[in-house]
Write a protein that binds this ligand. Structure first.
Ligand code: ZN
Length: 276
């Protein structure tokens, strides 16, 4: 009899331990499960990256006869337009402001030396996100898609802007002997070097993995470096990326001079449409 009683107590004790274990496990899972899930999910795969083309430092650029979009097919990528691409109050088209983006900024300072709120800055390029066939943004689907040179040209810069990804700038010679520059930001796995000639459509990098926010910031502009566009010593001089002057945004105390067009940036989409 006594032995049976002892066994019963043992079983009850074991049962209690099991319950405690289950409870502790569920608390741990609720707390750290996301971490495990996140780290066990593989990142989106990289596309096949081509070997860089043969390279002669600083050749004379060939004349760029035609331009194309950096992400292909072109209709699978578009800027975020509030009320069109989705419900967020954000606009990533060329020349638009984003009041919804908040007040934090160290990019530009006004005449009094105070930081200009980020929501007042003018977007100097276009941010291309993946979209579905109804034009709705598919968050994160642009991750690791190949970035193509928009025309024949020579690579001027490849610069690492840290957590914002790398920046590639390509110079293109136009038939009238003027030059135009294409800028690609938030990219990764850059395939080209400074001084390397590229051809239209050549894969030069991929879109950086920024999670749902993966997108290409793309500019077409008439100047190489924005160092002389923004007063030296102002927060605008190193650019909003903190590295290259003139990549990202524009601003001016005088609102008639604040739009990127004033500084020599062109609407990238309109430019390609008229130079295809
Ligand atoms: Zn942008």
């Amino acid at each position: 009899m006594r032995e049976r009683g002892t066994r019963r107590i043992l079983w009850i004790a074991l049962g209690c331990l099991g319950c405690l274990g289950l409870a502790a496990g569920s608390v741990l899972w609720r707390r750290y499960g996301y971490w495990l899930t996140y780290h066990l999910t593989p990142p989106p795969p990289l596309p096949d990256l081509p070997t860089a083309a043969p390279y002669t430092p600083w050749p004379t650029p060939t004349v760029a006869e035609a331009f194309d979009y950096p992400l292909l097919p072109a209709d699978a990528y578009a800027p975020y337009v509030p009320g069109v691409s989705g419900p967020l109050p954000v606009d990533t088209r060329y020349g638009f402001q984003n009041p919804a983006m908040g007040n934090n900024s160290n990019c530009f300072r006004d005449a009094a030396g105070d930081p200009v709120p980020f929501g007042q800055l003018y977007h100097a390029g276009v941010d291309l996100f993946a979209v579905d066939d109804r034009g709705q943004t598919i968050w994160g689907a642009a991750t690791h898609v190949p970035v193509h040179a928009v025309a024949d040209g020579v690579v001027l810069y490849t610069l690492d802007a840290g957590s914002d990804g790398e920046i590639v700038i390509v110079e293109h010679l136009l038939p009238d002997e003027s030059a135009i520059f294409s800028v690609y930001w938030h990219v990764d796995y850059v395939q080209v070097r400074r001084g390397q000639p590229v051809t239209r459509g050549q894969v030069i990098a991929v879109v950086m993995d920024k999670g749902p926010n993966s997108h290409l910031h793309w500019e077409m502009r008439t100047f190489e470096d924005g160092a002389d566009l923004f007063p030296a010593g102002s927060a605008g001089a190193p650019g909003c990326n903190g590295h290259v002057a003139g990549v990202g945004y524009t601003w001016d105390d005088d609102s008639t001079r604040a739009h990127p067009e004033v500084y020599g940036y062109l609407d990238p989409v309109a430019f390609v449409e008229t130079h295809q």
